[in-house]
Design a protein around this ligand. Structure first.
Ligand SMILES: [Fe+2]
Ligand SMILES: [Fe+2]
Length: 267
């Protein structure tokens, strides 16, 4: 039996440790939301950190071994790293649903993040399938610890959460994914290319949801969005943004140039 409110569904996903169980429950909750037009938002007590499987081992970024991308081992490592990001993203989208129910938001806000959570769950499955085609699986390699830091740092501020997670971290995905697609094209791995192209197309939407609801909240509080964005990113995101930026896809996602360029590190 699935929970009766979308916030309780979100909490249940966050409290599920196994990756396949988490993404399966995630997609079932999405289906229930879509099948139940009057499903209540409800309230929840999301954990500060989501439940995660015993594997992968989580290491500090500098301790995660680097592998050369031109080799099969390098491609497995890259697919594993992206799978880890996608699983984290599943939790991030359910967390924004569970954590901010005290702030009245239109139903469309929940529609958007439910859809994003569904897509991340699918992305994780696509990558895990690619890992098994290489004889590996999610959990077989160490992964970055600290991916949840942005969520913890912004657990009390919805505008900061939107600025840092979709508008900075997910936007970064738009910058780096074309290079990864090229790498798998060069290796002749068409199935990984197809998976990454699906991810690339759908991630634009997640960044766009962030920008849309960030601007909505700025409007509610009569704040100028650009300086508000700069202030929140400087406060909650540790370090400058890294060019080169994918200006075209960022524009498609509703991120103006003058939002992110002033936060870039000196070239
Ligand atoms: Fe994704
Ligand atoms: Fe995403």
């Amino acid at each position: 039996m699935l929970p009766d409110t979308i916030a309780a569904c979100a909490e249940a996903v966050l409290r599920t440790a196994d990756a396949t169980e988490k993404t399966t429950l995630s997609r079932a909750c999405v289906q229930k939301w879509r099948d139940t037009p009057d499903m209540p938002i409800g309230t929840a007590k999301p954990p500060l950190q989501p439940a995660r499987p015993a594997e992968p081992e989580l290491l500090s970024p500098r301790d995660v071994p680097r592998r050369r991308p031109g080799t099969p081992a390098g491609r497995i490592a890259l697919l594993h790293a992206i799978a880890h990001i996608e699983l984290n993203a599943v939790d991030l989208h359910w967390d924004v649903i569970a954590r901010f129910t005290h702030i009245p938001m239109p139903r469309g806000f929940y529609d958007d993040w439910v859809r994003a959570a569904d897509e991340e769950s699918k992305h994780f499955g696509l990558l895990n399938a690619r890992l098994s085609a290489y004889g590996s699986h999610y959990g077989a390699l160490p992964a970055h610890a600290g991916m949840w830091r942005a969520a913890e740092d912004t657990a009390n501020d919805l505008e900061a959460r939107l600025a840092v997670v979709p508008m900075v971290l997910e936007a970064r995905g738009l910058d780096v994914t074309p290079g990864m697609i090229t790498l798998f094209e060069k290796a002749g791995d068409d199935d990984s290319v197809a998976a990454l192209k699906t991810i690339y197309a759908e991630e634009v939407g997640h960044v766009a949801y962030g920008s849309k609801w960030f601007h909505y909240l700025c409007g509610r509080h009569e704040k100028d969005p650009k300086p508000a964005f700069h202030h929140l990113v400087k406060t909650y995101f540790h370090g400058p943004l890294k060019p080169p930026f994918n200006d075209e896809k960022r524009a498609e996602a509703g991120l103006p140039l003058d939002f992110y360029w002033p936060l870039a590190e000196e070239a």
